[in-house]
Ligand binder design. Sequence first.
Ligand code: V55
Ligand code: FE
Length: 494
Amino acid sequence: MAEADPGAFPQNPNYIGLNTPQRAEYAVEDLAVTGTIPADVSGTFFRAVPDPAFPPFVDDAGAILSADGMISAVRFENGKVSTAIRYVGTARHLAEVAAGRGLFGKYRNPFTDRPEAAGVGRTVANTTPVWHAGRLLMTKEDGRPYRVDPATLETLGQVDFGGALRSDTFTAHVRIDPASGEMFAFGYEAAGLASTTVAFIVIDAQGNLAREQWFEAPYCAMMHDFAITENYVLFPIYPTTADLARLQAGGDHWVHHQDLDSWLGVMRRDGDVSDIRWFRGPKGVSCYHMMNAFEDADGLIHFDQCLSDSNAFPFIREASGIDIAQPDLNGRLARWTVDPAGQADTVHETVIGPPGDFPVIPASVQGRRQSHGWMLTMNPERRGPPVPGGPVGAMFDVLLRLDFTGAPPQALVLPMGSCFNEPVHVPSSEPGHEGWLVTMVDHQRGPDAFVHECWIIAAGNPGAGPVATVTMPHRLRPQVHGWWASAASLAAAV
Ligand code: V55
Ligand code: FE
């Protein structure tokens, strides 16, 4: 267990309060539970929890995204709950541990590294745990995934699908088709740093690389997420761009451009990347996460995303000379509709939900029209600042259930000083039951005092509050993304 020494870290928002480095690996059994864990909630809630093992040696606001990946597990078994957390043994982490200090400089800029870092992979695998084909992967968009043992959380090595993968990179936001079990993925900057090359990747239900095809994006963009429908793959491009010369000069990886077009690339799943049709979107917009996409009876494609008028990360706006405050980003759940058979070459936007992020749908409706979904947002009536933390600097305090069949939204509003991390959805075996949401809730009890509870919430009735809460044994940094793996799927993989 690494010894925490937060004093060695700079006292800026990336390293204080909720973001204070913890650097502790542990396993704790039999956590305190209040209420009753539903029988459906049997399995493991995997969480990506970035935590810097060493203090930075360069001044870099973007370092909030470079913290070493930790894989956290909250296991539910017969109403009992245990937890464990462990560093992902990336080449980068192991090299720094061996050196006893940080070797890697600014966020996604290898030209700022110490000489000993030369030739060592830079990815920290800190963004999403992905459970597919009996394998647990820790992902980050700047590199290939690392495979982790779901039981021990031990790192088993970097994944190249038996040597088949050509792309240098692999998204943290895969999409799994519920009918075929195929995992759709992509990698941008696939052909090297700041390249415009994007790899489209399909992993079959058995975990083999079934397809990899490369194409050129309109420009080198931060492509964080994408979407599928039953028949299409959708590649969104927002104008946050990288430039090799800027990186070589020691600059920032990303600069956002308010005056550049966004794009939506539309390709048939049974087609070829050379058939991608590009639809123009509004200038200057940005999105990290899509809720879903689907085709309607008329063949129109709808693409639902947490959109805003500029990049949501303050450090990227600052690097871009963009002076838009967080509340003025005009966030919204935006639906872009395109007609793949029509003449129009622009997207048509309708607003279908409020500002916010971390959209969630049942895995069973991936790529199909969702009747409802969940997301996190901010309470407009809160009488004080939100809890500081995470990459945006402020944590969400409202969990919403949005109904797309006409029913009003439902909200679970936390009191001041409490905040949500991204929930995962757990399906129910009871027909007609919407299942459960499992999420980590952080409670601030003092300037530097936090406690954490894992909440189980009825997905169809979040306003009722948790049906069970689990008290976590130690301080936790904010999670990025999570993944639910059922006990049955874990057992089948052994
Ligand atoms: C995001 C997170 C990242 C990253 C790029 O949530 C984008 C968005 C935790 O790392 O590298
Ligand atoms: Fe993400």
